[in-house]
Design a protein around this ligand. Structure first.
Ligand code: PMP
Length: 399
């Protein structure tokens, strides 16, 4: 039956993980997968999550199916977290949400929805570069994918002029994806003034905006600051949609907790959208998993848990920031005269190092240090015991 099936290419990130696992060197370092590690290099389950899991055993006496779109209480908690309870759509209940299988599942749902219903050209414009799974998710959902410029290699910064130019040049009524905060893979976000300009251009061009927010709170440790671009667009009157992931900020990776929300104008529109999202979800997986969403809802709605969580989340964000400084300092200590200032200027989980694919290969072959071939370093994979080794290796291959 299957003799005609050929081996497909491995996933760029999870494929590297397999190679890393097979590597027998004891000093190997895995800087690929975007998941938090503590300073001993170990996966970290938040104490507040452990506490809630214990408490939820008593609180929930059943494991019944959720509705097709998940729990309305989770939708509410998630939108209040993203937009605040005072926001107009929140107060007037003018939104439709689907609890999703992580941020990726949220992208998949909105992509299928846009491919089916977006009334203009079915092309989504994503930043160059962008998270490696954006194009596969959108293309396999029936959307075309094009890019607009985001990153300026000369400055390792945001290329505002090029970005504005591209968003002005593309057809009116286009679909635009922005990373709400902690741009993956570059760690470069526009400033608030630049966001304001982007919002203005999107208004003038009547572009439809979709924000992917995978790192609220985790980019800077400040959840309001991380949501400020999304909130600015909503204040400017964009009737947008957005995806949320609770994988990183709550450390719930494998629980797969995410949400997608579409803002709407009227209760009639809301009813229509809700029915259509159900029609999209039902044949895919019927209804979403419940455990992670119950944990996330507790964190967001119970004051006691929420304050514990904020401390733990801030600690994670701060440790990542401190690793940026350690890496830069260690490069200088080993004698690197190159400009590594972007390492501390960038924010969030990733450092877009500027290392070429050849240098990345050399790090893997000669030192057992693994990173994606675009030179992206997952910062939380660095810790006190390996940062010096990594810095020395980077210096050796770049001097
Ligand atoms: N969007 C972006 C920009 C991401 O970086 C990620 C996670 N790497 C996701 C979506 C997917 O999140 P999840 O792991 O919750 O599916």
């Amino acid at each position: 039956w299957w003799s005609g099936v050929e081996v497909g290419p491995p996933d760029p990130i999870f494929g590297l993980l397999e190679a890393y696992n097979k590597d027998e060197r004891t000093n190997k370092v895995n800087l690929t997968v975007g998941a938090y590690r503590d300073d001993q290099g170990k996966p970290y389950v938040l104490n507040v999550v452990k506490q809630i899991e214990r408490d939820n055993l008593d609180k929930y006496k059943e494991k019944e199916y959720a509705g097709i779109l998940g729990y309305p209480s989770f939708h509410r908690a998630a939108i209040e977290f993203a937009l605040t309870p005072q926001e107009k759509h929140v107060k007037e209940n003018l939104y439709v949400s689907a609890q999703a299988i992580g941020g990726t599942g949220a992208l998949r749902i909105i992509a299928l929805f846009l491919a089916k219903f977006f009334p203009h050209q079915k092309t989504i414009y994503v930043p160059a570069p962008t998270w490696g799974n954006h194009a596969p998710v959108f293309r396999s959902s029936g959307l075309n994918v094009e890019t607009y410029r985001h990153f300026k290699p000369e400055t390792c910064g945001f290329d505002s002029e090029a970005c504005y130019e591209d968003l002005r040049k593309i057809p009116d009524n286009s679909l635009i994806l922005f990373h709400a905060c902690g741009h993956n893979p570059t760690g470069i976000d526009p400033t608030l003034d630049e966001w304001s300009q982007l919002s203005k251009i999107c208004k003038e061009k009547n572009h439809y905006v979709f924000m992917d927010m995978a790192y609220q709170g985790f980019s800077t440790g400040d959840l309001d600051r991380d949501a400020s671009a999304l909130r600015l667009f909503v204040r400017d009157g964009h009737q947008l949609s957005y995806a949320q992931s609770f994988s990183k900020n709550m450390g719930l990776y494998g629980e797969r907790v995410g949400a997608v929300t579409i803002l709407c104008d009227t209760p009639e529109e809301k009813a229509a959208l809700e029915s259509q999202l159900k029609i999209i979800v039902r044949p895919m997986y019927s209804n979403p998993p419940i455990n992670g969403a119950r944990i996330a809802t507790e964190i967001l709605t119970n004051e006691n848990y929420r304050s514990q969580w904020l401390v733990e989340m801030k600690n994670m964000a701060d440790r990542i920031t401190s690793m940026r400084t350690s890496l830069k300092d260690a490069l200088a200590k080993h004698g690197s005269t190159l400009d590594w200032s972007h390492v501390t200027k960038q924010i969030g989980m990733f450092c877009f190092s500027g290392l070429s694919a050849e240098k990345v290969d050399a790090l893997r072959n000669e030192y057992g240090i693994y990173m994606t071939r675009d030179g992206r370093i997952s910062m939380p994979a660095l810790c006190s015991s390996n940062v010096d080794y990594v810095a020395k290796a980077i210096h050796e291959i770049t001097k």
